[in-house]
Ligand binder design. Structure first.
Ligand SMILES: Nc1ncnc2c1ncn2[C@@H]1O[C@H](COP(=O)(O)OP(=O)(O)OP(=O)(O)O)[C@@H](O)[C@H]1O
Ligand SMILES: [Mg+2]
Length: 264
């Protein structure tokens, strides 16, 4: 069967990721419990909650990167991305991870030039034509708001960039794959406030084209960036709603105590 993620269902235009009754465990130890959640397309959804509540685990379910962790497994539920159940056995994982890109807390460019970082996956996909690679590199670096800063040093080492630039390079590397969805796990945790603001501005531009899910410990960041915020606690989704509502009038007392700093 074709596992192209462009197949559509009725609401897949507006809902990018549809999670239903999802439970997940590491060996015998449950980490997520019956999570049901819709991630809207072309908006920014933030996951917040205390350490260990399952934010990263849930995020990693969306491109099945958890499959690489021994003993990690789905125990129940479904995840549809643009209408396709991504846990189907015939799903093409390489294609899934191309369409659902990921950026991590610790920016991790390869020990290669700026240019080679961006075109890395295109080369892997068998694209070698210089003009095609050049165009993709420029497009991705422009989209990641990095082009102007690096256009004169494309062939210098990526490791010579500042931390914030390296993180934007990692975003460019993900964008070069032409994903639909960008997953970001605490993308600013290792950055200073100026570099953080730059990434946040970038997120606002990117959401016109991409669905973004961001994990953050920084509640001010969630209020600045996210359209929707989901609060997780002990592996459960406590509530999700428009960010302003979650921070001003949360429905659940646990959310209130987290956002008011009583725990976590
Ligand atoms: N590789 C792993 N092997 C075993 N257990 C894991 C693994 N990764 C996470 N867990 C467990 O799953 C639960 C959820 O962890 P997860 O890392 O998803 O939380 P988190 O909300 O991202 O936390 P943090 O804010 O500290 O990053 C925790 O109990 C954690 O110990
Ligand atoms: Mg985490």
């Amino acid at each position: 069967m074709v596992t192209d993620l462009t197949e559509t269902t009725s609401n897949s235009e507006t809902t990018a990721i549809e999670i239903r009754d999802l439970s997940f465990a590491y060996h015998e130890k449950p980490a997520l419990h019956e999570i049901t959640l819709d991630i809207p397309a072309r908006q920014i959804t933030a996951f917040i909650g205390p350490s260990g509540c399952g934010k990263s685990t849930l995020l990693r379910c969306f491109n099945r990167i958890n499959d690489r962790i021994p003993g990690a497994h789905l125990t129940a539920g479904t995840i549809h991305i643009h209408g396709i159940e991504i846990n189907r056995p015939d799903i093409d994982l390489q294609e899934l991870r191309r369409r659902v890109g990921m950026v991590f807390q610790k920016y991790n460019p390869f020990k290669k030039s700026i240019y080679e970082n961006v075109v890395f996956s295109l080369r892997l996909a068998g694209i070698h034509q210089r003009s095609a690679l050049d165009d993709s590199a420029e497009m991705a670096l422009q989209s990641a708001a990095l082009w102007d800063e690096v256009k004169d040093r494309l062939h210098s080492s990526a490791l010579g960039l500042s931390g914030g630039q390296q993180q934007r390079l990692c975003i460019a590397r993900a964008i070069a794959n032409q994903p639909d969805i960008l997953l970001m796990d605490e993308p600013c945790a290792a950055l200073d406030p100026t570099a953080t603001l730059k990434i946040e501005e970038l997120l606002h531009q990117l959401k016109e084209q991409y669905t973004i899910v961001i994990v953050t410990h920084n509640m001010a960041q969630a209020t600045r960036c996210a359209d929707l915020t989901a609060f997780l606690y002990l592996g459960k989704l406590i509530e999700i709603g428009p960010t302003l509502e979650i921070f001003s009038t949360p429905k659940d007392p646990k959310t209130l105590s987290y956002i008011s700093g009583s725990f976590g």
